[in-house]
Write a protein that binds this ligand. Structure first.
Ligand code: BJW
Ligand code: ZN
Length: 257
């Protein structure tokens, strides 16, 4: 764990002490230390693959096998990785604050696996799949086997991953519950997101407009940084454990160790 003295301001300490309803909004940088590549930036997967060729419905219809194989590759990667200390720290927040909501743009299931209980997935979940014709859901284990894109055993339609591609609406329940959680939060953390993909990127601003103190945690500044109330430069897996330890200490009014 990194030393916390210089990282967390007095102001943040007082916000941690007072906070009851906390939202943690996460992006690909949250999973980077588990081994999931981010999308943008030097090592981002969009450097190798063009989003317009893979992450939209038209691309899938044009070349379903290509898009499916890309997801098979990522499903395999995600099945082999583990949550890191930052994911566990977020799950532990539930013991420190009255209410903790995770709003994630990530599709990798790592918050659930780390033990967070209230998680809204804005961009879906790669472990689920569904038929584009009849909507039948196919968990990963029940996918029809074979080469290339699988077909629905009921109607022979193409099966796609249950993720949100460009130009598609976000799942209504996850979106509505996320907006509501943001509006009711008093402390809001935005972790590891470039904050360029909308409408997800508007969630921190919704929280701030409703009165939340917005803290950004990232290894570099983003589109959100000029608006955030506080910016903490660092890796999610290093900053979050110290932050939660500090929160527990200030809540119990104990001296920090
Ligand atoms: C660390 C770290 C460490 C690294 N610790 N930090 C023009 C203007 C405005 C909007 C639009 C526009 N044209 C089109 C749109 C809409 C479009 C959009 O926003 N596009 C913009 C890119 C311009 N949005 C949509 O299409 C959305 N739907 C929609 O708007 O519906 C309405 C509509 C309907 C019909 C027609 C038109 C509109 C849907 C968006 C779906 C996004 N889907 C993806 C793919 C998911 C599936 C998959 O994974 O395959 O979601 S794209 C990709 O980006 C993925 C992510 O969730 C999302 C966000 O990326 P994220 O998480 O921020 O990752 P990065 O890589 O960008 O950033 C990582 C960050 O981590 C960096 O800041 C690093 O510094 C940091 N980091 N390591 C802490 N260890
Ligand atoms: Zn079907």
């Amino acid at each position: 764990m990194i030393a916390t003295e210089n990282l967390f301001s007095r102001h943040l300490r007082s916000k941690l002490a007072a906070a009851r309803d906390v939202v943690v909004f996460t992006g690909a940088g949250m999973s980077a230390e588990s081994g999931v590549p981010t999308f943008r930036g030097e090592d981002g997967i969009w450097k190798k693959f063009k989003p317009e060729e893979l992450a939209n419905f038209d691309a899938f219809i044009r070349n379903p096998d290509l898009v499916w194989d890309w997801y098979v590759h990522r499903k395999q990667l995600i099945s082999e990785i583990q949550p890191h200390p930052g994911h566990y720290a977020i799950a532990q927040m539930e013991r420190v604050f009255d209410k903790v909501t995770v709003i994630t743009q990530n599709i990798d299931n790592l918050h659930h696996r780390a033990g967070s209980t209230r998680v809204h997935e804005l961009h879906g979940n790669i472990t689920r799949n569904y038929c584009i014709e009849c909507g039948t859901m196919y968990p990963h284990e029940l996918l029809p086997q074979g080469k290339g894109v699988p077909h629905c055993s009921k109607c022979n339609g193409l099966i796609r991953p249950d993720v949100v591609w460009f130009g598609e609406l976000l799942p209504a329940d996850a979106w509505n519950e996320s907006v509501s959680a943001a509006e009711h939060s008093d402390l809001f953390f935005a972790v590891g997101t470039s904050a360029v993909v909308y409408p997800a990127a508007s969630i921190p601003l919704v929280a701030q407009r409703a009165g939340a103190f917005v803290v950004e945690i990232n290894i570099e500044r983003t589109d959100l940084s000029p608006r955030a109330d506080e910016f903490i430069e660092g890796k999610a897996g290093e900053v979050l454990p110290g932050l939660v330890k500090l929160a527990a200490a200030v809540k119990n009014d104990q001296p920090e160790v």
